[in-house]
Write a protein that binds this ligand. Sequence first.
Ligand SMILES: CC(C)(COP(=O)(O)OP(=O)(O)OC[C@H]1O[C@@H](n2cnc3c(N)ncnc32)[C@H](O)[C@@H]1OP(=O)(O)O)[C@@H](O)C(=O)NCCC(=O)NCCS
Length: 327
Amino acid sequence: MYGFGDMIKVLKKSPKKIVFTEGTDPRILEAASRLLASNFLHPILVGNEDEIFDASEESGFNIRGAEIIDPAKFDRMDEMVEMFCELRKSKGVTPEQAKETLSQANYFGTMLVKMGMADALLGGATYTTADTVRPALQLIKTKPQNSIVSSVYILVRPRATGENEVLAMADCAINIHPNEDELAEIAVEAAECAKIFGVDPKVAFLSYSTFGSGEGEDVDKMRNAAQKAKLRAPELEIEGEMQFDAAVSPRVARTKCPDSKLAGHINTFIFPDINAGNIGYKIAQRLGSFEAYGPILLGLNSPVNDLSRGCNASEVYSMAIITAALA
Ligand SMILES: CC(C)(COP(=O)(O)OP(=O)(O)OC[C@H]1O[C@@H](n2cnc3c(N)ncnc32)[C@H](O)[C@@H]1OP(=O)(O)O)[C@@H](O)C(=O)NCCC(=O)NCCS
């Protein structure tokens, strides 16, 4: 795996600034204090300075040196409001509405990235996924060549040999019912992201059917999506539709689809919808002993990532490094 050591090396050469929208959360403060003790990633904490220092004292984490930005005292607020209105002009947002929205740390933090005051954002320790992701969708927006923002989880488990087994699963967190074109885009983005983590992507579109063994609309959707993904990225190794057992077990693959050269060796899994994806990665995490990193958002102009509300400080620290490294 392209590990944290490699990412830290890259960040040391070109240090980045990362916004944390939940400046008083003890897990954020612990991760920020660890980052401050190193010199490769500079944390910006959003919130009231007194409240942040009180919280850091209470939780015992030293955040001296952290940049704290309070939306209520921000000296470039007029500029931010103007930019926000411009970005949301299709919705007819007034300066008063913009000010109100920007008093919320999730929107304010996202605008710090948009204004170039930070390179990346990590939120979601207390905000829901929707409240962390929505400002990014509305303000950071999708890259010109992308039509959607999606997400991937990177799953890591040590092998007996000592090296890591690394898998990618998408989209387990953002798009609820992706259509064929969206699934094709998700697959290509997930495969490209998997490469950053040292995966040589072998992509399967998962279904309850393997190459026509079952029938139904959802089977057709995954088969067509696989074809579309192949057209989009002919250089990638992609197959489908395929059942999970055929994807991962060479023995099952020999029986169910002996002509497939990828079946049995899949490491990048594309799920038909968020239900399947979210349940699937959690089975790998909870019953398969994989560490899960993500959701890593794909297709945004600048990196923004969402934490699980059940996260711990060490996960915040890891996700901060991954997020900044993507910048
Ligand atoms: C991503 C998500 C949060 C967006 O929800 P939402 O804000 O209610 O969605 P809306 O349809 O109101 O869209 C809000 C804006 O984001 C844009 N948008 C929505 N989904 C998008 C996507 N996948 N990619 C790019 N833009 C998107 C919309 O076009 C809209 O833009 P606009 O305000 O400029 O018109 C929603 O898809 C969601 O809740 N997904 C599941 C999240 C979840 O619970 N995950 C499980 C736990 S990890």
